[in-house]
Design a protein around this ligand. Structure first.
Ligand code: CA
Length: 234
């Protein structure tokens, strides 16, 4: 699998030139020119690195960067800001919005490629883990689907992330605080009771088709475990 680099740039000639050079380096490239669409595409494709223009129609690059950083699923994707503004103040703005690097136009292609490569060092090889399995539960991560045996289980996005977090470390008890941070993100205020509500929903969907493997550990949190020793719940 190749790394996917997403170029969010409304200057078509520049976007195409970047695409050409990135493909020459062996990456897959996706171009997007509008802010709103770009956000949706990032969620769908999970690129390895994002090259993000500062000035875009609809939503600015800085806003996109902030939105990415508050999204628990997308916040670790490295972002390199591209900008015509060379002002120190803008650089600080970009970096405090959560950009990992900052390149001022016009830039040299070899320099940009070196910066992309440097960000890729912290990114795992693409699609290393395509699915998680626990007993008869299978999560297809690329399709974002859950099955018990052959039965498709419909889960809401929060329940999906919750199950994914539990299935990453089977047998390990995860605290409500940890689950809140991982599933909902740092920036969103949710009560820890919310975790219980979504666990209940997750159980309801999963347990229609098999035994309950979600374990409640009183005053601590939850785990997914082969021994369904559920202490008094609810
Ligand atoms: Ca622009």
């Amino acid at each position: 699998m190749k790394h996917l680099i997403m170029v969010i740039e409304d200057e078509e000639a520049l976007a195409l030139m970047l695409k050409y050079n990135l493909e020459k380096e062996g990456y897959d490239v996706l171009i997007e020119s509008r802010g709103n669409k770009a956000l949706a595409e990032i969620g769908r494709h999970h690129p390895s690195v994002i090259l993000l223009d500062w000035m875009l129609p609809e939503i600015s690059g800085v806003e996109i960067c902030k939105l990415l950083r508050s999204n628990p699923e997308l916040k670790t994707i490295p972002v390199i800001m591209l900008t015509a503004k060379g002002q120190e103040e803008d650089k600080i703005k970009g970096l405090s919005a959560g950009a990992d690097d900052y390149v001022t136009k016009p830039f040299s292609i070899p320099e940009l490629m070196a910066r992309v490569k440097s960000q890729l060092r912290r990114v795992p090889e693409p699609h290393q883990e395509k699915e998680y399995r626990f007993e008869d539960i299978r999560m297809d991560l690329s399709e974002k689907k859950v099955f018990r045996g052959d039965t498709y289980i419909h889960l809401g996005p929060t329940e999906f992330r919750l199950l994914k977090t539990l299935m990453q470390v089977p047998g390990k008890v995860l605290s409500r605080d940890y689950l809140l941070k991982t599933v909902w993100g740092d920036n969103i205020y949710v009560e820890s009771r919310t975790v219980d509500v979504h666990i209940r929903r997750l159980r309801k969907s999963l347990n229609e088709h098999g035994p309950d493997y979600i374990r409640t550990v009183r005053a601590t949190g939850y785990s997914i475990d082969i021994n369904p020793v559920n202490e008094a719940e609810q």
